[in-house]
Structure formats: structure tokens, C-alpha cells
Design a protein around this ligand. Structure first.
Ligand code: HDE
Length: 717
């Protein structure tokens, strides 16, 4: 059935329009009092005197919201108290099942704009001309932890974008890592069971560092490519605004003529890619469990809108045939050096949600939401996802009518004969709820019809390659090289990044209690990169086990700079947060100068002091944004210290202050300081280097990480 013809009332700015012409349907807002979806007023008359009156869910004004109805002042509550019962009843049902994966996420509204028209590749309306735009809703998430877990565990991040186009919703439901753990959807429940908290003990929460996950990995070498990405700094992003996004699967673009090309989607963050170090991520989890969520919310709130460029890699069947891997295998990437990423648009997130539950929690992404011009491929992982997401939404949102929830409803008209069901909010009129019908011939509204020309039609692919054509449960032979690309990834990293990856695996395996699992993982890593396997074995103090027998011998694919974060790092203040430490007597003029400098470069200054209320400083009084003991330096990208000598002396005896500087140093951050601060640096054992500089060098040095320092603070063997 035609997609375009299967959608009904149009929605503008989140509000359902009144139906046009036929008067075919009525929507919730025509029936609901107040008529607004973002509704906090029940009756028009209720705010006539400037006060919004509290009512029950049916519009009855409430006289007392403090006391339940009782038989006498100290008597029992009465069953008659329908006001109490409605309130408690509704409260009891406030939660819905959290997402089985990606439960913890942050969402925002925005806009997508086409910057390069590609009609020769796709008929998708959003890519037909430069400047074409549509609203989007984006949800960025961790995968493993529950909805109430922390933001900075080592994990893959979800990167889901809903484009509300004029030809229907297109959901690009991707991750911040371009490959996935498994090749076939049938292994997904096993993967997720193994990584989630263990079934008997209910822990660990939001962590891969445990027996069952690594047991699975050790037995499923196809997972190794995603594992090396997750164990690298990609698994601990600095900010949701500073990570890449990938569609992961190979999709297909289809043009007006019906010609198809393969496409891989990429999101490139305008702020550059940046990560934390592991020690930093762990400390952030304690200092601010909502580190990423708050960062995204505050950036958007202050008009510092995060943006990503949408890029595509395009290739055809003939090119795909020649590669040493299968482009339908989601554990493989297409190196950017081979097929460059062409930028075709930009997404800017410019509006926070009004209500977390209504929008971020209820948003329902589905890879099946595609539009004419974009199609699936036979990737067996993608094929399984096409079933899973629709199914999960019914389970989470409770009704087949979840598409009517404002955040999920398309903003273009939709008309079809799907009817009724729980929580139906549309009120179709007339009796045409089937097709074919001839009601129009009798002067009645006959309803919508499929449209072969503009409707969605599946790409006609040549099925000859799918040999044998019988029904089979097999893995294609072209899916059998599990080691070459993980090796490519590892060898493409800088030395520091390689060391981070190796120590992440050592850390994770140190938490694994079953010895043979550790050994088997290292045996697998010997096929990825022998030097990496040795590093891990040395880190664990175990003998190098015998190499696992590969299904297919790996080949050396060289290196790809696009895979390394550090090789593409931007030294920019944009989107970064810089702390300015001050105390009694600090120079206000100097503090103000640095505040302005940071702001002028697009960064956010944060004042940190031993006390937060008005502190007497030279030239006035100043309030701090954060208490020193509650604002550890892990929350900032660089630190500046402006202290009078006597205050510095005092802080040199304060553990929180010492740790503040030691952490900034250990995490390779810029430390710009006045002379007075030297006493603290000396006490903390911090030596001068390219990133530990006098105040006047701050601008020149910027907020980049000083990785050359790392060997002094961490064993990089
Ligand atoms: Fe998902 N995945 N997934 N996934 N996924 C879900 O859908 C699933 C996969 C991804 O912010 C669920 O609404 C299967 C790959 C994101 O709301 C569920 C398979 C990629 C999100 C589901 C995969 C993803 C989800 C859970 C293997 C990257 C969060 C709640 C066949 C390309 C979307 C929900 C949001 C969520 C199933 C594999 C990304 C259960 C069966 C590969 C970003 O339907």
C-alpha cells in the first residue's frame, strides 16, 4: 500500500490541523477541552482572572488540593474521594516499560537542511534542492544501562534521528560506532542478555566489564570489530554534541528512474569529535551522573545549538562485489579513504523538549519509517530490525495507535483505513473503512486510494546473487572475515589511543572471573593484532594463549586516519567548558577578562570557588557557579586559576583543591594559572609543560588535550 496515501490529518508545530475538505476525521484537540496538545489549561474561562484553576481530568474545578476526604478530622479516608483516587490512580500508572536497550537517552528538536541536491541518486523529497528543510527530533542514548543509569559508562551510543518530511517520517536509527556486534538479527537477544546486568545477581549496571559479555565476545569473533571501537575512546565520548553518528547498515538510494545505489550514512559533528579518558569518565559518573544530558540541554538552552553534517558514501553493486568483505555485513565499514563521505545536509538541534516523558520517552523510532527514494538492503541485521521496532513500540506505548502521539505523528497528511484500537484519538467520519468501495459513486466520501506513481515502491533488485535460492539458515561465505577490519581500526589509532584501547580491554578482563573466558578473548585478539594481544596478556599477567582458529585468515588492510579521534581533533573553544577558580581577594578584572575571552571564542566559562555565595574579591563581590568540592575539574575541558597567595596557601592544604589540579593534569588538560597558584601545583607534583602555562598564554594554548604529557601520568605500555 502506498505510504503517502496512508497518512491522515496534517500536523503543524505539533498541533493537529482541522481536517480539510471532506471533514473525514476529527482529532483529539477538537474534542479535548482547551484544544491544545501542549495543554496546561483546561477551560478558557479558567484563567479569566489570571489564575489557572486546578481541575480533575474531566474539567471539574478542585477546591482543596491539600487534604483528602475523611470521616471526621482524624477519621479514615472515604472511598467517595474520587479526587484523591483519580490523582493516585494516575500517579500509579505514570511509568511505561523502559526501552529494552537504549533506555537512557536525551532528546531535542531541530531542523535538517539540504546543502547539496542529489536528485540523480535519490528521489527523496528532502534531497531534491539546496535549502529544502524539515523538522527533526533526535534522541541520543547509551545502550546498556537502565533509564536511571549514568551518562558516561563505556558503551556504544545510540544516534536516532526522526525526519518529519513532506513525504512521511524517515527514521535514521543509528549509533556512534559505524559497525555492530553481530551479523544476524537472530543473535540480538543473546548479545543483549549477555551485556545487560547478569540474570541471577542483577549487576553490573551499565557495564560491559563482566563475565557474560566477554564470554559471548570470546565465542563470537564477529563481535570483535565493534568491541575494539567500544574499548577505544569512542566508547567514552566527552559530549553527545561531540560524537559522530552512523546509519551502520548499507541502505539504498533510489532515483526517479528506479535506479538504485548503495548508501552509508554519516553524521559529522561540527564541534569535532572528542572523548574523555577512562579515569575521567568514571569520576564524572560520580560528580554528575547527568553530565551528557545536562550538557546537551544547557547548550541548546543558551543558544549554542549543536549541529552535525549529514554525509553519504555512495557505491554500486559492481564496486561492492570487488571488496574483500560484504557490504551487507553490519560488522564491516567502508573506509572513507576508499569511498569519501560527501556532505549533503546539516542538522541543527535548536529546541529542548517541553516535557521529557511526552517527547523523549514516548518517541518511537523505527527503521521501517522510510520515504520514497530510500530503501533497505538484504543486510540480515537490518532485516530483523524491520520487525523488532514496530513490535517493541506496541509493548512500550501500549497501543497500536502510538503513531498518533504528537512526537511520533508525521507532520504531513496521513489517510488510511486502519481503525479503532486502544487510545484512538482520531474520529473518522462516514462509513468508508474498507477498500475497494464504491461509496463515492453514491456521493459519499470513499476515502483514500493507493498511488502507484508517487507511493513507496520496493526497489526491484536482481535476486540472482542470492544463490542458492532455496530457504536456508546459513551465513554467507562473504561474511566470514572477522579480524581484518578490527586490525585496521587498531592500527589506524595514534599511540595513545592504542594504549587506551589496550588498557580498556585489560580493565574489562580484570573484572572477568572465569579464567578460560579471559584466555579465549586474548586468543581471539591474536588474530586482530599480535602486538595488541601481547599488551593485553602482559597487562593481565597471563601467558599468551594459543591463537583462535579463524574461519578466514585476516589480511592487513593498512590504516585509515578517519578512524582516529586524535588525528582529526580540533583545537577549538567552541562548545567547551572552562573553569575559572577564584577565592577571596582574587582580581575581578582578571576574572572578567578570561570570562569574556572564553565567551568570545564560543566556550562557556564556569566560576568555581571554595564558597558559592557572594565572595569579596578585589574590585567587588562575586558569586560562583559551583562549589570547589562539588565541581571537580573532570567536568571541564580546561582550568584557569586566579588566586591571591594567601588563599592559594590555604587551598594547598585542601584535598579537593589538590585533586582538582591533579586530575586536570592527569587528564592532559590545559592548566592556566597565576603566580600565586604555584604553591598548589608544587604540592600536587605538577610540572610545567606545554599545557601548564601562565595565564597570559591561555589563549594561545587553547583547550586541546596535551597527549604528549600522558606518558608522565599513566603507564602506556
Ligand atoms: Fe536497536 N533496538 N536493535 N539497533 N536501536 C531498539 O527499539 C534491535 C541495532 C538503536 O532512541 C529498540 O524503541 C534489534 C543496530 C537505537 O528510541 C528495539 C537489533 C543499531 C535505538 C531494538 C538492533 C541500533 C534502538 C529498543 C538487531 C544501530 C534507540 C527500544 C537486529 C544501527 C532508539 C526501541 C531511541 C532501540 C531492536 C540492532 C540502534 C528493541 C532486534 C544495528 C539508536 O526495538
Amino acid at each position: 500500500m502506498s505510504e503517502e496515501n496512508t497518512r491522515t490529518p496534517s500536523i503543524k508545530n505539533g498541533l493537529h490541523d482541522h481536517p480539510q475538505g471532506s471533514g473525514e476525521t476529527r482529532t483529539v484537540d477538537q474534542i479535548a477541552p482547551g484544544g491544545e496538545l501542549h495543554q496546561n489549561v483546561a477551560h478558557d474561562g479558567d484563567h479569566a482572572d489570571g489564575v489557572t484553576h486546578l481541575t480533575d481530568n474531566f474539567g471539574l474545578r478542585i477546591a482543596d488540593n491539600e487534604n483528602s476526604l475523611k470521616a471526621g478530622t482524624r477519621g479514615p479516608s472515604l472511598l467517595e474521594d474520587f479526587i484523591l483516587r483519580e490523582k493516585i490512580f494516575h500517579f500509579d500508572h505514570e511509568r511505561i516499560p523502559e526501552r529494552i536497550v537504549h533506555a537512557r537517552g536525551s532528546g531535542a528538536h531541530g531542523v535538517f537542511e539540504c546543502t547539496k541536491a542529489i536528485p540523480e541518486l535519490t528521489k527523496a523529497s528532502i534531497f531534491q534542492k539546496v535549502g529544502a528543510s524539515c523538522p527533526v527530533f533526535t534522541r541520543l542514548s547509551t545502550v546498556t544501562g537502565g533509564a536511571g543509569s549514568v551518562d558516561t559508562p563505556r558503551d556504544v551510543r545510540g544516534f536516532a534521528v526522526k525526519f518529519y518530511t513532506d513525504s512521511g517520517n524517515w527514521d535514521l536509527v543509528g549509533n556512534n560506532i559505524p559497525v555492530f556486534f553481530i551479523q544476524d538479527a537472530i543473535k540480538f537477544p543473546d548479545l543483549v542478555h549477555s551485556v545487560k546486568m547478569e540474570a541471577d545477581r542483577g549487576y553490573p549496571q551499565a557495564a560491559t566489564a563482566h563475565d557474560t559479555f566477554w564470554d559471548f565476545v570470546s565465542l563470537m569473533p564477529e563481535s570483535l570489530h565493534t568491541v575494539v571501537w567500544a574499548m577505544s575512546d569512542r566508547g567514552i565520548p566527552r559530549s553527545l554534541r561531540m560524537m559522530e553518528g552512523f546509519g551502520v547498515h548499507t541502505f539504498r538510494f533510489v532515483n526517479e528512474k528506479g535506479e538504485g545505489k548503495f548508501v552509508k550514512f554519516h553524521w559529522k559533528p561540527v564541534l569535532g569529535i572528542q572523548s574523555t579518558t577512562w579515569d575521567e569518565a568514571v569520576k564524572i559518573a560520580g560528580a554528575n551522573p547527568d553530565f551528557h544530558r545536562q550538557d546537551l540541554f544547557e547548550a541548546i538552552d543558551q543558544g549554542d545549538f549543536p549541529a552535525w553534517d549529514l554525509g553519504v558514501q555512495i557505491f554500486d553493486e559492481a564496486w561492492a562485489e570487488k571488496q574483500p568483505y560484504d557490504v551487507l555485513d553490519a560488522t564491516k565499514l567502508v573506509p572513507e579513504e576508499e569511498i569519501p563521505v560527501d556532505i549533503i545536509g546539516r542538522m541543527t538541534l535548536n529546541r529542548n523538549v517541553d516535557n521529557f516523558f511526552a517527547e523523549t520517552e514516548q518517541v518511537a523510532f523505527m527503521p521501517t519509517n522510510i520515504i520514497p527514494g530510500i530503501d533497505f538492503t538484504n543486510d540480515p541485521l537490518l532485516q530483523g530490525r524491520l520487525f523488532s521496532y514496530l513490535d517493541t513500540q506496541k509493548s512500550r506505548l501500549g497501543t497500536t495507535n502510538f503513531h498518533q502521539i504528537p512526537i511520533n505523528a508525521p507532520k504531513c497528511p496521513f489517510h488510511n483505513f486502519q481503525r479503532d484500537g486502544m487510545m484512538q484519538t482520531l474520529v473518522p467520519t462516514g462509513r468508508a473503512n474498507y477498500e475497494p468501495n464504491s461509496l463515492a459513486e453514491a456521493g459519499e466520501n470513499g476515502g483514500p486510494r493507493a498511488c502507484p506513481t508517487t507511493g513507496f515502491s520496493t526497489f526491484q533488485e536482481n535476486a540472482e546473487r542470492n544463490d542458492p535460492t532455496e530457504k536456508v539458515r546459513t551465513r554467507a561465505e562473504t561474511f566470514s572475515d572477522h579480524y581484518s577490519q578490527p586490525g585496521l581500526y587498531y592500527r589506524s589509532l595514534t599511540e595513545n589511543e592504542q594504549a587506551h584501547l589496550a588498557s580498556a580491554v585489560v580493565f574489562e578482563l580484570s573484572k572477568v572471573q572465569i579464567e578460560h573466558v579471559r584466555n579465549r578473548v586474548v586468543a581471539q585478539f591474536r588474530n586482530v593484532d599480535e602486538s595488541l594481544a601481547k599488551r593485553i596478556a602482559v597487562g593481565l599477567a597471563i601467558d599468551l594463549p594459543e591463537k583462535a582458529k579463524p574461519a578466514k585468515e585476516p589480511v592487513d588492510l593498512g590504516t585509515s586516519d578517519a578512524l582516529s579521534i586524535q588525528k582529526q581533533a580540533k583545537n577549538t573553544m567552541q562548545g567547551r567548558k572552562v573553569a575559572i577558580l577564584f577565592a577571596e581577594g582574587s582580581d575581578l578584572a582578571e576574572i572578567t577578562k578570561f570570562k569574556k575571552l572564553i565567551e568570545a571564542e564560543g566556550g562557556t566559562p564556569a566560576l568555581v570557588a571554595p564558597k558559592v555565595g557572594g565572595i569579596p574579591v578585589k574590585g567587588g563581590e562575586l558569586k560562583a557557579d559551583g562549589l570547589l568540592a562539588g565541581s571537580p575539574s573532570v567536568l571541564f575541558d580546561a582550568v584557569i586559576s586566579i588566586l591571591m597567595p594567601e588563599q592559594a596557601e590555604k587551598l594547598a592544604k585542601n584535598a579537593a583543591a589538590l585533586e582538582w589540579f591533579m586530575d586536570a593534569y592527569a587528564h592532559c588538560k590545559t592548566i592556566a594559572h597565576c603566580k600565586g597558584t604555584q604553591v598548589i601545583l608544587d604540592r600536587a607534583g605538577i610540572q610545567k609543560d606545554d599545557g601548564v602555562v601562565p595565564l597570559d598564554e591561555f589563549k594561545k594554548v587553547g583547550v586541546k588535550r596535551h597527549w604528549e604529557r600522558e606518558a608522565k601520568v599513566r603507564d602506556l605500555a
